[in-house]
Design a protein around this ligand. Structure first.
Ligand code: PEP
Ligand code: MN
Length: 262
């Protein structure tokens, strides 16, 4: 596996301090760019939707003192404000990655989140996932809304998490690496792959990453949990710490004879 580039790893959702601490301890030896752990979880059906604001300090305390930056999804501008207030109190020089999830498809909310990031004057990077349905122009449109709201190119990062298509073959969300690359080229933004939400299954993550790195993606975001079978969300697709280590240790593509899937 090509180890250079952006590596974002961590649990789908922040469940407890203990769960995050174990995740960070297992991931840190691989020098991740960011530790992900969603505090607020968008859910398709009503169910547990994250630890919420009470998890903010847990996220900061279990990452920043270890020299690694935290990443979490924001669904509302208020989330940006709450994170910024906590960050200012904790370590005003710290950098944090926020992301707009696939389901956040309201351009007013997108603009308000961008404005909140600007108003807080903290070094937040905003990662922009593609929307659930396949459309290059829609994804580019989200980015244009963010840029029009004043965010700079340097503050943005793209993430391809596949598209939800009727009768999808083997994927939870069908990847389109070519489309994602085109969006990266037309917007001149770096691009990472989210193989976890594409595969929906921990067994098929490594070849997706290899395919993306071969296509010139800048890195990947992968879900990792200390005890995936007990995960409150996305239990099937989260890698165990041992599986994450094996992924990061695996040989570069050139030395393997695997069929690329995309
Ligand atoms: C996530 O990354 O936690 C997530 C909810 O993904 P998506 O928005 O791509 O469904
Ligand atoms: Mn998830």
């Amino acid at each position: 596996m090509k180890k250079k580039g952006i590596v974002i790893a961590g649990p789908c959702a922040l469940e407890s301090r203990e769960q995050l601490r174990r995740s960070v301890q297992g991931i840190l030896p691989w020098n991740p760019s960011y530790i992900r752990a969603s505090i607020w979880k968008p859910r398709t059906c009503p169910s547990w939707d994250g630890i919420g604001s009470q998890g903010i300090f847990t996220l900061l305390e279990e990452t920043l003192p270890y020299g690694v930056m935290p990443a979490t999804e924001v669904l509302l501008p208020q989330h940006v404000v709450e994170l910024a207030q906590a960050l200012k109190q904790f370590d005003a020089n710290a950098h944090m990655l926020l992301w707009l999830g696939a389901r956040n498809q309201n351009h007013l909310l997108q603009q308000m989140i961008a404005s909140a990031i600007l108003e807080q004057e903290l070094p937040f990077t905003l990662m922009v996932k593609n929307q659930p349905w396949p459309s290059q122009t829609h994804w580019e449109g989200i980015i244009r809304h963010l840029l029009a709201s004043g965010l700079a190119n340097e503050q943005l990062l793209l993430c391809h998490r596949g598209f939800s298509v009727k009768d999808s073959s083997i994927w939870r969300n069908e990847p389109d690496l070519s489309l994602a690359k085109e969006v990266a080229e037309t917007t001149a933004l770096p691009l990472v792959l989210d193989p976890s939400h594409i595969a929906g299954d921990r067994q098929r993550i490594a070849p997706l990453i290899e395919a993306a790195m071969q296509r010139g993606f800048s890195g990947f975001m992968v879900e990792v949990h200390p005890d995936p079978s007990k995960a409150k969300t996305d239990a099937h697709q989260q890698l165990s710490l041992e599986e994450f280590a094996a992924l990061m240790e695996s040989k570069p593509l050139e030395s393997r004879q695997e069929t690329l899937l995309c």
